[in-house]
Design a protein around this ligand. Structure first.
Ligand code: IMP
Length: 214
């Protein structure tokens, strides 16, 4: 279903996440795109409601998070939720939707990264492919919904490299690049990343929707 943006001159976007890395990346992308929107975190509406991420798809979890926040928003608000993860070819797409808790419930990024390095130790060069996936769900308070998908293919290194990014970035080297996404600047990563690719689809859609009413 598509959103109706009738009469909206100024949009209020609410990011349905408490992950500070995601908030920073999403805000930077929106700023660089020059989208005329107020961008808020869930703090603006009293905090992110608790959401159990029990769906077996990125879209399912992203929609759950966006719907939970949309229920708290003013009429001119839009909830934007990111569900993302890393999918390893040799593991048939795992950890996928479980990426944030790969090393157990409440695991840190460092623990998850260490587990991935360990589990992939015996995989030979040439069998270390994977992808980052991001599904961005947009939900309005009236229940209109849309999902935008992005991904990036890469190879998983044996040792971490770089200080930027978060999560699995230090071992993820995108296809066609020499550096990991942790060795790239925020805008270099955004130009090729799963989140950047999903965000560009969202921005294309939102500007088309805007131009319809202007
Ligand atoms: P979510 O909060 O359930 O979407 O968890 C996503 C998890 O996937 C994060 O905790 C990270 O471990 C991983 N992840 C998602 N996007 C990225 C990225 O851009 N770089 C590195 N790791 C990521």
């Amino acid at each position: 279903m598509s959103l109706t943006l009738r009469g909206w001159m100024w949009m209020k976007l609410y990011l349905a996440t408490t992950n500070l890395h995601k908030i920073e990346e999403l805000k930077n992308m929106l700023r660089e795109a020059g989208l005329e929107a107020e961008v808020h975190t869930p703090i603006a509406v009293g905090g992110m409601p608790e959401v159990i991420e029990d769906q077996d798809s990125f879209s399912g979890n992203a929609l759950k998070k966006a719907r939970a926040l949309a229920a708290l928003l003013p009429e001119d608000g839009l909830a934007l939720a990111d569900d993302s993860g890393i999918c390893i070819d040799a593991f048939e797409g795992a950890p996928g939707v479980y990426s944030a808790r790969y090393a157990g419930e409440g695991a840190s990024d460092e623990e998850n990264l260490a587990k991935l390095i360990r589990e992939m130790e015996s995989l030979p060069d040439g069998s270390r492919g994977g992808r980052f996936v991001c599904h961005l769900a947009v939900v309005s308070p009236r229940g209109e919904e849309h999902v935008f998908e992005g991904e990036i293919l890469g190879e998983i290194l044996r040792e971490p490299r770089g200080e930027g990014g978060f999560g699995y970035d230090p071992v993820f080297r995108p296809v066609g690049h020499d550096r990991t996404t942790a060795e790239m600047s925020a805008s270099e990563k955004a130009a090729i990343s799963h989140r950047g690719n999903a965000m560009r689809k969202f921005l294309g859609w939102i500007s088309a929707s805007y131009s319809k009413v202007q």
